[in-house]
Design a protein. Structure first.
Length: 182
């Protein structure tokens, strides 16, 4: 029995070392339907905090997109912001569904995120275009390689691989199922 406990303790320690927690702010795959283990329209603000940790700040907007305070009772949107050196950021956007804050958007300029085709921030436009197999398109949110999908709910979900004038991927954006913020 003592030997079994020793083996189990060693196994637990090995698993803890082999499976590190997600980095502050999260990381992983961004799709039209979510980021990492989080899903748009299903994951709550508590799910994001459990996975990504505490943000640097949370800002609230009313229905018109004007800054407000959650205590005023008119907050319709919340954005959890994680800031990094050299202007890097991650933001998780939520909308109030009447009872809880649900994930509705994601934006980042960090290389630790990638889409399902392996496209990530810092990649050349040429490489991203080959992976995405999409034309460059302008948009109200960002110019880049846009992808749209309809979910089981019939709502539109979208993702943008943002490309800057230097012809590099500078951001990943994903939204759904709410309309694009334009």
């Amino acid at each position: 029995m003592k030997q079994l406990r020793s083996v189990l303790a060693t196994l637990v320690l090995a698993l803890a070392v082999a499976a590190p927690a997600a980095a502050r702010g999260g990381g992983g795959t961004v799709t039209t339907f979510g980021v990492g283990p989080l899903s748009f329209d299903l994951s709550t603000s508590n799910d994001v905090l459990s996975w990504a940790g505490n943000p640097d700040r949370i800002v609230y907007w009313d229905q018109n997109g004007s800054p407000t305070r959650v205590s005023y009772g008119n907050a319709a949107f919340a954005i959890a912001q994680y800031n990094y050196a050299a202007h890097g950021y991650i933001s998780y956007g939520f909308y109030w569904d009447g009872s809880e804050w649900l994930l509705g958007e994601f934006d980042t300029t960090l290389e630790r995120f990638h889409d399902e085709r392996g496209t990530r921030v810092g990649m050349s436009y040429g490489e991203a275009r080959r992976r995405e197999n999409r034309p460059l398109a302008g948009g109200c949110l960002d110019s880049g390689l846009w992808r749209f999908h309809y979910g089981a709910d019939g709502e539109l979900y979208s993702m943008v691989v943002g490309v800057n004038r230097g012809q590099r991927v500078h951001a990943l954006h994903a939204y759904g199922p709410n309309p694009l913020p334009c």
